[in-house]
Design a protein around this ligand. Structure first.
Ligand code: CMP
Length: 137
């Protein structure tokens, strides 16, 4: 899962992690980073060619994001239910996007939609080469 630049800027990191932990999930890895353009493109490879692709990559590289690796019962499905549908305007109250977003692009969080994708995405976001200005410590 990723907390996107809008979620970080708006100070929602704690609230999102709180919801995941209250639900019973374990946060097994956590990292704040600013994505390189190349890695944002890899992350969203399936959307290449779509009308919103360029603005999506621009948005995802516009500021720091928080990457989370989450473990728990049916984590993929349950987390996706907790975040709600893509469009914040249509996402129901009680979901992360429904509570905090009125945008389809700036929708606070991203969550992988399969275990394979989760592994693929984790290999990108936890790779030091994907982070601009990687902290030296
Ligand atoms: P996410 O779940 O990260 O997956 C792809 C992202 O592309 C999505 O959330 C939105 O941030 C963005 N997105 C999807 N559809 C649109 C759209 N029609 N217009 C703008 N952004 C979109």
């Amino acid at each position: 899962m990723l907390i996107k630049p809008d979620g970080v800027k708006r100070g929602l990191v704690g609230e999102i992690i709180r919801r995941l932990e209250m639900k019973g999930f374990r946060i097994v890895r956590l990292k704040m980073l600013q994505l390189t353009r190349e890695c944002a493109e890899k992350l969203y490879d399936v959307h290449k060619g779509k009308s919103f692709y360029e603005e999506l990559v621009k948005f995802m590289t516009s500021g720091p994001v928080v990457a989370l690796l989450i473990e728990g019962e049916e984590a993929i499905d349950v987390v996706r239910t907790m975040i709600g549908p893509t469009d914040g305007r249509k996402a129901p109250p009680g979901t992360i996007r429904g509570d905090f977003s009125t945008s389809i692009l700036e929708n606070i969080v991203h969550a992988a939609d399969s275990e394979e994708r989760a592994q693929y995405e984790a290999s990108i976001v936890f790779n030091p080469d994907c982070s601009l200005n990687e902290n030296p410590w």
